[in-house]
Write a protein that binds this ligand. Structure first.
Ligand code: FAD
Length: 430
């Protein structure tokens, strides 16, 4: 396999404000362990830490550096639940599946908070996020969303009808909003770096700049890199959208998608607080949504856009800045200091894809845009299944994942046409 990888994090506000972390060596020679994890994003590091806490010897192989992928570049929004609403899950997969998934929908968030506290991870964790409605139809959906989650016992939601949304966001774009006081936001790169350090403090080993080039299936599995190999009883594949051909069996039913973020110059506390007075993370309810929040140094970090297939636009600022100015026209004079993109993995049903290949190669991927919390749940469920508790992992592994219409060749243009249709409906409010 001849896929090339970078050598360091992509340039971003996160990379510039990352906590100090060691540069780990590349793998050289042969090592053995109970579990080899491929990929050091949230999924891989969460799984590695849960496994190390349970006494497994674990080796993590990362192609670039810890947090190089989506986990070190995302909006940092702690969004509870999944990228598919529970009513759709109930209708498509039945009440039992919905109940099983519903019972785990807030656990990823709890795991993050436990990790931050137990390992004293400095990652700017803040409470509260908000879903903003751009039209009456979206507002009605938010009302239904609140009732549905109350039905699942979740009581942290607050509806802001009409102009009340201005209490939280100073924008004319919205007809109302739903606040999740139990959600939040954080510096994602520092979260993953902190968990990696916690994993190493328990004896775990991480090799960076060590792209996995192939697996030799069997018992044990041999995981190959350019400089060495790992013999492992079990493997966790956690490369998500960046995996690129190592395990085609799990890559054919998902699609990499690019999304971009800009970060303004520091606005000063007063100007920043005038935009988002209580510092919530915000995402709107459009099919191609905008998401944004303030950073600890009072910048506005604003993301949006989706590129099916994952290719980056040549000029990110020219794509995202107009979106930011539609939301906050008062920022017309503000300079953009950072612009970057990242790739997440989308599944057709927007639910994560978990499973096992040849009985000992586990995977979790395809969180479809909302992965900050679910990746942390995935890590725990992988550790559970490896210690003989299968039912919660299986609730996800049993979900069907149909291929995208058009196959690898046509899935990108067909998805773009679908997105154009839904985007038009959002604009018309129908
Ligand atoms: C710009 C952006 C904004 C987002 N915003 C949010 C948000 O605000 N809230 C939210 O909930 N979700 C958000 N997401 C989604 C979320 O970031 C992802 O779902 C999540 O980070 C996926 O984590 P992961 O560990 O599965 O994958 P990644 O973080 O992508 O990690 C995969 C890792 O595997 C490594 N790898 C790949 N191939 C190999 C190989 N062959 N050998 C060794 N290592 C390999 C990669 O280098 C990478 O480090 C966003 C995504 C993007 C791109």
């Amino acid at each position: 396999m001849s896929v090339s990888f970078e050598r360091d994090h992509a340039a971003s506000w996160y990379a510039d404000t990352a906590n100090a972390a060691p540069e780990r060596p590349a793998l050289e020679g042969e090592v053995s362990c109970d579990v080899c994890v491929v990929g050091a994003g949230f999924t891989g590091i969460s799984a590695a830490l849960h496994l190390a806490e349970r006494g497994f010897s674990v080796v993590v192989l990362e192609a670039v550096r810890v947090g190089y992928g989506a986990s070190g570049r995302n909006g940092g929004q702690i969004v509870n639940s999944y990228s598919r609403d529970m009513d759709v899950i109930e209708k498509k997969y039945g009440l039992d599946t919905a109940r099983a998934l519903g019972d785990m929908a807030f656990e990823g968030n709890r795991i993050i908070r436990e990790r931050v506290e137990r390992y004293a991870i400095d990652c700017d964790l803040k409470d509260g996020n908000l879903f903003a409605a751009c039209n009456d139809k979206q507002m009605q959906a938010l009302r239904e969303h609140k009732s549905l989650w109350e039905h699942y016992g979740y009581r942290e939601l607050e509806l802001l009808e009409g102009g009340a949304v201005k209490r939280e966001v100073d924008s004319e774009r919205y007809t109302g909003a739903l606040v999740d006081h139990g959600g939040g936001h954080l510096h994602p790169l520092n979260l993953v770096l902190g968990q990696a350090a916690a994993f190493e403090s328990l004896g775990g080993r991480i090799f960076e700049t060590s792209p996995v080039t192939g697996l030799e299936h069997g018992e044990p599995v041999i995981v190959h890199t350019a400089g060495g190999s790992v013999r492992a009883e079990r493997v966790v594949m956690a490369g998500n959208a960046y995996l690129k051909g190592v395990l085609p069996e799990i890559e054919s039913r998902s699609m990499p998608c690019g999304t971009q973020i800009i970060t303004t110059e520091p606005l000063g506390e007063a100007r920043a607080r005038a935009l988002i007075p209580n510092g919530l993370a915000v995402e709107d309810c459009n099919y191609l949504l905008d998401y944004y929040r303030l950073t600890r140094d009072n910048r506005l970090l604003y993301g949006g856009g989706v590129n099916y297939g994952g290719d980056d636009p040549s000029d990110i600022e020219s794509v995202i800045r107009p979106k930011m100015l539609t939301t906050f026209p008062s920022l017309a004079d503000v300079k953009v200091d950072y612009a970057w993109s990242g790739t997440f993995l989308m599944t057709l049903n927007r639910l994560p894809q978990f499973g096992v290949v040849n009985d000992n190669v586990y995977y979790a991927q395809g969180y479809s845009g909302h992965g900050v919390t679910c990746t942390h749940l995935a890590g725990r469920l992988i550790a559970e299944v490896m210690t003989g508790r299968e039912e919660r992992f299986d609730a996800f592994a049993g979900l069907p994942h149909p291929p995208f219409p058009g196959g690898r060749l046509l899935r990108v243009p067909l998805s773009a046409i679908g997105a154009w249709y839904y985007q038009t409906r959002d604009k018309l409010g129908v």
